[in-house]
Each structure stands twice: as structure tokens, then as C-alpha cells.
Design a protein around this ligand. Structure first.
Ligand code: NAD
Ligand code: UD2
Length: 316
């Protein structure tokens, strides 16, 4: 039995990871400021330290006695990064450096969330890890910065790391009420309530929607793969879905006729984004991805059950 720290463990992805760790018999400590996460997302048995991941003294305290850290705390929104450049940078890169710095005394392994946003617009699809990173958002730039500091942590300070470039993650517990939430939770929340959805632009932009169950498997495998070489892996399905196709798939999962409006395109919108999952499949040994339609059914069932917290059984 090991003790793991999860920063951002009260959030969407972190809370599914906490559940998986507890289920396999590990202990979990969470550091979270509850800005977008919630206590209800944690199962009893998780110790919660409430505060800021960019506070170095608090992070050192949170790291005491643990066997490894999963660093997921971030302001996970491209749009918020556009609006509050410096504020999000303090959390999204400053928080990562605080975690890596605290890990160096005991040389603890750190698995951290990067993002497909590091790639920006790419000409060649599906995107492999070897593609040159060219972020178009401050959020993506801070995730790329996190990868660079992870490399420094390994080379200069002996901290083993593994970075995971999540593509567009979806599943139960992604807040449908927040305008900064992922498109699937927004579309499911609105369509299940009989409301129209707004597509930014023509809807032909593509994304690679990966179920949170697959992301949790990647995080657990990432802890085993963490090394001083600071590897990074895509976490994706390799399948593109346009936002327009997605709207129709969500309508089908909700059993409603789609009511789709089109609004202006988003600033800095990435046109095409789907990843090559081969390297992660080989090195992390991830199984078959959950099909989009099956995953959407999970989200709709969770919403119809009243969006319950962690003791909900909505984990794959
Ligand atoms: P989330 O907003 O549900 O979770 C983030 C958690 O971090 C929340 O519980 C929030 O309260 C906490 N947090 C935010 N700022 C903090 C701070 N200053 N100090 C302490 N805690 C803080 O988002 P998520 O979707 O679960 O994302 C988890 C990680 O995965 C993030 O790093 C995000 O950038 C990354 N990611 C997510 C996706 C996705 O599609 N959801 C894709 C790529 C990468
Ligand atoms: C980015 C990252 C993702 C993750 C996320 C964190 C890429 C390719 N992906 O996701 O990895 O880090 O940021 O927030 O960089 N949309 C609508 N209507 C809506 C909401 C969204 O049309 O009501 C569109 C949006 O314009 C975009 C797509 O849906 O084309 C996905 O948007 P999102 O906000 O769910 O995620 P995205 O791609 O910004």
C-alpha cells in the first residue's frame, strides 16, 4: 500500500483517479483550493488539504511522507488563460514548479497533466509526440513550460517524471454548469434539459474525445513509467470527431432532436486536433479506448441521476 498526493484531486479527472487508487488499496491525500473542484467528489478516506498549489510551503507540507505525486491542479481553460494571462500562468506553470521543487528533496516521482494544447495547429494528423509543439494559447504555453521544467527536474535534480498530453477528456463529474467546462459536459447538460446548444463557428473543427476511464489508466501507468528522461505521452483515441458530429451524437444519447445554433468562432481556435495513441499504447500498455457513444451514455446517466459525487459508481 502506498500513499499518493493528488493536486487537483477534487476536480473532474483527479477525483476519478482518487477513486481508482483507493479501490486498489492505496492511500490518497489531496491538495485542492476548491476553485472548480468539490469535496463531494472525494470518497471518505481521502485526506484533503485545502489551499493553493502555487504556495511552495503548503506543497512541501502536502508532499511529506508520500510515495509519489499526481499533479493535476490547474486552471483548465483556454478561454480563462486568454483573459487572465498572468494569473493563470502563476497557477499553471508556477504550481508545476512548486510541485517539482517540493519533490526534489526525496526525489519523488511526479506524473503531471499536460495537454494537446501544446501542439497548436498542426498540418499532419494524427499528431504524434514528435511533432514540434507550437501552442496558440497561454494555457498551452504553460503546459509546454511544465514539460520543460519536468525535464530540468529530471536532469538537474533527480526527480523522475512522466507528462501526459491529455486530448479532450470527458465523462461523469465534469461540471456542466461552468461555461469553461468541456464541450461534452456543456452539450449533454443543455440537451438533457431540453435547451439549445451553441457551436462556436461552423462546427467542422475536430477534437479527439477520450473517456476519463482511459485517462485514469494512463495516470496509473504513468507512475510506473516516470523516469529522469521526463517522457511525455499522448492520451487520446486517434479518432477525430467534429463538433457538429458531436452535437448530433449527444442528441442521440439524450434521446432528443438536436437544437443547434451557431455563434462566432472562438479566438485562437484550433481547427484540427486528434492524436496518435501508438506510443502510449506501447509504453503505457493502455487497453482499448471507450467508444464515444458508450461514454456519452455514461455522462447522460450521471446527469439524470442528479450529478452525484464520488460514491456514484460512474467510473469505468
Ligand atoms: P478540473 O477543473 O475539474 O480540476 C482541476 C482541479 O484543480 C480542481 O479541483 C480545482 O479546484 C483545482 N485547482 C485549480 N486551481 C488550483 C490552485 N491554484 N491550487 C489548488 N488547486 C487548484 O479540471 P480537470 O478537467 O479535472 O483537469 C485536470 C488536469 O488535466 C488539469 O491540469 C488540466 O489542465 C488537465 N487537462 C484536462 C483536460 C480535459 O479535457 N479535461 C485535457 C487536457 C489536460
Ligand atoms: C483544450 C485542449 C484540451 C484541454 C482543454 C482544457 C486542445 C485541442 N484541447 O480543449 O486538451 O486542455 O483545453 O480546457 O487544445 N465548443 C462549442 N460550443 C461550446 C463549447 C465548446 O462549439 O459551448 C467547441 C470549441 O469551440 C472547441 C470544441 O468545442 O472547438 C472543444 O472545446 P472545449 O472547450 O471543450 O475544449 P478545447 O478544445 O478548448
Amino acid at each position: 500500500m502506498a500513499l499518493f498526493l493528488i493536486t487537483g484531486g477534487c476536480g473532474f479527472i483527479g477525483s476519478h483517479l482518487a477513486t481508482a487508487l483507493l479501490r486498489r488499496g492505496d492511500q490518497v491525500r489531496v491538495l485542492d483550493d476548491l476553485s472548480t473542484g468539490s469535496r463531494a467528489n472525494l470518497l471518505p478516506g481521502c485526506a484533503l488539504l485545502e489551499g493553493d498549489v502555487a504556495d511552495p510551503a503548503l506543497v512541501r507540507q502536502a508532499m511529506e511522507g508520500v510515495d509519489g505525486c499526481f499533479h493535476l491542479a490547474a486552471i483548465a481553460s483556454v478561454e480563462l488563460g486568454m483573459r487572465d494571462w498572468l494569473g493563470t500562468h502563476r497557477v499553471n506553470l508556477g504550481g508545476t514548479i512548486a510541485v517539482l521543487d517540493a519533490a526534489r528533496a526525496a526525489k519523488l516521482p511526479v506524473v503531471y497533466a499536460s495537454s494537446a494544447a501544446v501542439y497548436g495547429d498542426q498540418a499532419v494528423m494524427p499528431i504524434a509526440e514528435s511533432a514540434a509543439a507550437r501552442p496558440l494559447s497561454s494555457y498551452g504555453a504553460d503546459k509546454l513550460g511544465s514539460e520543460q521544467h519536468a525535464r530540468v527536474a529530471g536532469a538537474a535534480h533527480g526527480v523522475p517524471t512522466c507528462g501526459l498530453r491529455f486530448f479532450n477528456v470527458f465523462g461523469p463529474r465534469q461540471d456542466p454548469r461552468s461555461p469553461y467546462s468541456g464541450v461534452i459536459s456543456i452539450f449533454c447538460g443543455r440537451m438533457a434539459a431540453g435547451q439549445p446548444v451553441t457551436i462556436h463557428g461552423d462546427g467542422r473543427q475536430t477534437r479527439d474525445f477520450v473517456h476519463v476511464g482511459q485517462v485514469v489508466r494512463a495516470l496509473l501507468a504513468g507512475m510506473e513509467a516516470a523516469s529522469l528522461e521526463a517522457p511525455v505521452f499522448n492520451v487520446c483515441t486517434g479518432r477525430p470527431t467534429s463538433v457538429l458530429e458531436l452535437a448530433h451524437a449527444v442528441a442521440a444519447a439524450c434521446g432528443v432532436a438536436p437544437d443547434i445554433r451557431h455563434g462566432p468562432g472562438r479566438e485562437g481556435e484550433i481547427r484540427e486536433s486528434y492524436g496518435n495513441p501508438a506510443l502510449a499504447g506501447e509504453r503505457l500498455g493502455l487497453g482499448e479506448a471507450v467508444a464515444l457513444e458508450d461514454g456519452l451514455r455514461d455522462v447522460v446517466a450521471w446527469l439524470r441521476a442528479g450529478s452525484p459525487g464520488a460514491a456514484d459508481g460512474f467510473s469505468r
